[in-house]
Design a protein around this ligand. Structure first.
Ligand code: FAD
Length: 149
């Protein structure tokens, strides 16, 4: 395996779990020194194409049992992911993606600006008069510490 970022390390880990004995991970710098260490650690299943949604759902299962699998905690927290939309075109695009996500079992739903402000974060329609709607994934969204993971 060339590259000790999230992808190379994950591939090496899973090859070993599948019983492959001679797995070598080559890293030119330090493990997680590339994009992986820059990541904000956001994990979401809100995507606009089926393959990405399916991969994300599968990945989420792994994150949920990461500590159990590896013995390492990664500050995994599922607290939701809110997109704020301020034009009708984006709302239409997100609604189409939302329908796809829901058909694949993602627990996303659309919130009005008022709902987002009341229930989720300090966002109000008065403060942000251009808000048209907000699509939010309620459960299947999370954060994990990328370097530790
Ligand atoms: C600012 C920022 C925020 C992000 N936030 C998120 C987020 O919230 N959620 C999310 O899912 N994704 C996020 N990402 C994207 C995510 O970080 C990357 O998709 C992911 O880390 C890519 O992993 P990787 O293993 O492919 O690449 P990298 O982590 O870049 O790993 C590649 C590794 O290969 C090594 N390498 C390269 N060439 C060679 C060579 N010839 N020989 C040996 N080693 C070599 C490099 O040194 C490096 O360590 C973010 C990215 C950035 C930059």
């Amino acid at each position: 395996m060339v590259g000790g970022g999230a992808l190379g390390a994950s591939a090496a880990f899973h090859l070993r779990r599948l019983g492959v004995r001679d797995v070598v991970l080559l890293e030119r710098d330090a493990l997680a020194s590339g994009s992986t260490s820059k990541s904000a650690g956001g994990i979401r299943t809100q995507f606009a194409d089926e393959l990405n949604v399916r991969i994300a759902l599968r990945s989420l299962e792994e994150f949920e049992r990461f500590e159990q699998l590896t013995g390492t905690g990664i500050s995994f927290r599922q607290h939701g992911y809110l997109f704020l939309l301020d034009n009708d075109e984006d709302v239409a695009t997100f609604r189409a993606a939302l329908a796809l996500q829901q058909s694949l079992g993602v627990q996303s739903r659309e919130l009005t600006p008022a709902e987002a402000g009341t229930d989720i974060v300090t966002v109000s329609a008065e403060e942000h008069p251009r808000l048209r709607g907000a699509a939010m994934l309620v459960a299947a969204l999370a954060f994990a510490a990328p370097v530790v993971a």
